[in-house]
Design a binder for this molecule. Structure first.
Ligand code: C5P
Length: 218
């Protein structure tokens, strides 16, 4: 059982994916955390993230390992827990540039496919290109959306007011444009994905819908 959950930032992908995985006894993989982890490593090692050739050159260096327990999805870089540092605004601002580099994507997709293949009961994988590129044969494909206003309000709440809703919305829209506009596996809805607009739904309602869709395929 492979459940692919894609969509832009702030649509509730992580909360939904973790809850669905827990409910169904599946593993969980946050591919955004992996792109954040390699970005964090690039910044920590003084690599100019706007220099695609420099990023490509270093892409094979860090060892990135994702935990797949939906209750505690840790991520390590060269054996160091990076769960906190990958969520800083510095990483968020740089991640789209790093993840647009084809050598970075090739490496991450390899890790992601291996992770899915090793999951004992199946896995919920969240990202931007899971249904289109990473796992095109996924059993269930979901594409979550929500209005930019709702997404910004949610993300701003997560940041506990550290950034205004207006600034958060501008940053989200910029990141979505970069993620949708890149050449290599951009953010996109797979033709066979079910689109769920979460703007007016609670987390529980979204989880119920996804669990029901999985149930139809079991
Ligand atoms: O999901 P999250 O917002 O943490 O993702 C961070 C970034 O990682 C995205 O903005 C995107 O640039 C990149 N990403 C990607 N492909 C994925 C998952 C995330 O390019 N499958």
């Amino acid at each position: 059982m492979i459940v692919a959950i894609d969509g832009p930032s702030g649509t509730g992908k992580s909360s939904t994916s973790r809850a669905v995985a827990s409910r169904l006894g599946l593993s969980y993989l946050d591919t955004g955390a992996q792109y954040r982890a390699i970005t964090w490593w690039m910044l920590a090692n003084g690599v100019d993230v706007d220099d695609a050739a420099a990023v490509a050159d270093q892409a094979g260096k860090p060892a990135i390992v994702s935990g797949t327990d939906p209750a505690a999805p840790a991520i390590t870089v060269d054996g160091v827990d990076a769960s906190g540092p990958i969520r800083t605004q510095e990483v968020t601002a740089a991640v789209s540039a790093v993840s647009a580099v084809p050598e970075v994507r090739t490496r991450m997709v390899e890790i992601q496919r291996a992770c899915a293949a090793a999951a004992p009961a199946g896995i919920v994988v969240e990202g931007r290109d899971i249904g289109t590129t990473v796992l095109p044969d996924a059993t269930v494909k979901i594409y979550l959306t929500a209005s930019a206003e709702v997404r910004a309000a949610r993300r701003s709440g997560e940041l506990k007011g550290a950034q205004s809703v207006a600034d958060t919305q501008a940053a989200l829209v910029r990141r979505d444009a970069a993620d949708s506009g890149r050449k290599t596996s951009p953010l996109a809805k797979a033709d066979d994905a079910v689109e769920v607009d979460t703007s007016e739904l609670t987390l529980d309602q979204v989880v119920e819908q996804v669990v029901a869709l999985v149930g139809e395929k079991r």
